[in-house]
Design a protein around this ligand. Sequence first.
Ligand code: HEM
Length: 478
Amino acid sequence: MKKCPFSLQNGSAVIDDNNSISAGERGALTFDNVHLFEKLAHFNRERIAERVMHARGSGAYGTFTLAKDLSAITSANFLHTLGNTTKVFVRFSTVGGGQDSSDNVRDIRGFSVRFYTEEGNFDLVGNNTPVFFLRDPINFPDLAHAVKKDPRTNIPNGNRPFQFWARLPQSFHQLTILMSDRGIPYSYRYMHGFGSHTFGMYNDKNELVWVKWHLKSNQGIKNLTDAEAARLAVFHAQKDLVDAIDNGEYPSWQVKLQVMTQKEAETYQVNPFDLTKVWPHKDFPLIEIGTLELNKNVDNYFMEVEQVAFNPGNFVNGICASPDKMLQARLFAYPDAQRYRLGVNYNQLSVNKPRCPVYNYQRDGLMADFSSDEHRKEMSGINFYPNAESKQLHLGEQAPPALNLSGQNRIYDTGSEDNFSQAGDLFRLLTEEQRVELINNFANGLHLADLETKKLMISYAYAADNEYGEMLKKILAM
Ligand code: HEM
């Protein structure tokens, strides 16, 4: 049988893709326009809800190659055996803008890495900064409202984020990074990545340590000033990534860990689970563990970059969450957002599907599909547990060590937390030129702000470092 080259959704041949059927040459359309109706209806459904945050992004595939055997601290298989390679998918993003917003804004950048390991998907859903604005997730939707468009005018309102940040002094460390020369990376290739949160790692003896992930750009750091950014094409970072990979200039990052024992965590002067704080490298040096390289562009942006569903709760045996409250909330938020954005069976899509067998008794739901012959067999079998015939589940065998917790706490931020020392440490690391740029950027952002907001910000700058305060006060003529 001759295969038709061009078909309808049911596979039958398209007879004419240029003419609708009408009642006479100048007449209205008839109701047998099956092809036209299908084409229009499908077009109407081409868009899905964009991500509520980090909507604009770029992605690519690559590999992670292990340079240090980590079996002493984690039972995660992909972190054993030197030279071991694991396939990855990475998505970079801006945070506040919509799907088609500019790549060149002063904003944090998302840096999400999915490791397709033999033991399941491990997702590191981080940013290009080691800290965040908040230490309690209850403030997150307000942060998003403050940085996104004004609900009446539908345009960004430069005053609002500063109003919000000024009333949450914990955001000052992150804000100092955002206003610094690193606030607008030249493109995704020229920035570092961070897991930001503290995570747990546990070995075969069920011993637990706390770790932080760092990804250091082998391309180096390259940033844009506000003026340079304004001159670039809106989709600059997207093009930069696609072109580099198409030209064989594969971007790569050195992957490093900081490790803290449970004992150190109990006595260290900084709460290791506070996302507004870093672990100084002098106390917890970076340990190099491997290289991440991106070497394959996607074939279809929508299917791969738009439909990828990163989840900070995608752990594998040997890696687990820490008590960081921000991380805990994210364990709920992402799969919830993805069930809404992509539907309940989003893990069956090719970019999300684990590269190892998936056995469970979850069934049906919107767009349930057999993703492989093996899966088909599973789905036709028994669908409840316990049962008489299926394989035993090894419950608890690989569970992370239990934490010793008790009591209930209602006030996390008592107001006595040190929000400024680390912002001061960072300020003191900057060159004179970088300090001037920081202050100029701050002033550009604050010029629309109300008097009280400006006063609060100046007081935080003083609390971080006297010179920081002096410089900000002077430029704002206060
Ligand atoms: C309580 C705090 C937070 C909440 C509730 C939250 C919520 C969300 C939601 C709902 C999405 C969209 C997910 C999707 O539709 O696929 C998202 C995306 C994202 N978030 Fe968060 N977020 C929080 C904090 C953070 C932090 C601290 C980081 C980094 C350290 C981060 C990094 C990202 C990244 C990189 C993406 C884009 C993921 C991708 O590339 O698809 N978020 N966030």
